[in-house]
Design a protein around this ligand. Sequence first.
Ligand SMILES: [Mn+2]
Length: 333
Amino acid sequence: MSKKTTARSQDRVVRLIRANPDIYLGTHLRPDGDALGTLLGLSLALEFQGHRVARLCADPVPENYRFLPGAEAVSAVPPPWNASLGIVVDCDGASRLGRLEPAFAALPHVIDIDHHATDHSFGQERLLDATAAATAEIVYDLLRAMKADLDADIATCLYTAVLTDTGRFGYGNTTARSLRTAAELVAAGADPHQISRGVYEEQSVEAAHLLGRALSRLSQDIDSQVVSSLLTRRDFQETGASANDTEGIIDHLRAIGGPRVALLFVEAEDGAVRVSLRSDGTVDVSDIALGFGGGGHAMASGYTAQGAAERIRRDLLAAVRKALAKASPAHGA
Ligand SMILES: [Mn+2]
């Protein structure tokens, strides 16, 4: 997006926010660090400016994000009061609001703020920037444009969002802008050590056992260019782990044997299979996921499929094989 377009949509978004005191702020199902950090940081900043804000997400806040300021106020149902504006962050399509979708669809205005590469945009106003590593980077610039005061709580939320969506500043989406934003958030009071401990270093034993299952079932395909694993319902029952405990497992897979693509298949409670894809940057996995009805980013994407995991895996491997053949060769090759 050009600087001019950004400035123009920013102006319109700022005007719309200022004209609407009561706001529903929402994010996607199965929220991650960017979803929650951005939701909570923007909520606090808007409250400082006198707005009434409802923090909305159809799924509960995972254990490792409950330290975020305001996390306890996140609700899966709309509040008893009405809003005239909705803001949805980090949400690749209105359907990813889950059962909150009708509450947002009924609002007179909705602003969509997002950085997903697959365009499922919605709402009357949009702040979209696929070059941002995290939605929090877009919101940080918006708050600067609004001349909003950033306190340590807001900085903590937004820093967590940038940290997690860049894989601790290690993924290929990490830019000077990500690091600059993070540095300014630290200057505003975010504590990198405390946040890193909160997000990554308080894993449950159940989650560790689940990771063990995934690692023990790891397989390499297509000349070791693909690493994949599967988690079954039985794994969850026997380890006592929950669906949220799968977060981060694919990052372990990515780190084994230098694959170009890592895949994780997870049997969900409803019988569907959740598929996550990661790329080393030489192949666009959002393209592959899109072919199966999903979406995401060039380096991280996903979709949900019905049927037997083995068939789903076979179909996906065939698509990955094609994509690998078409894409640029592996780094160093
Ligand atoms: Mn994000």
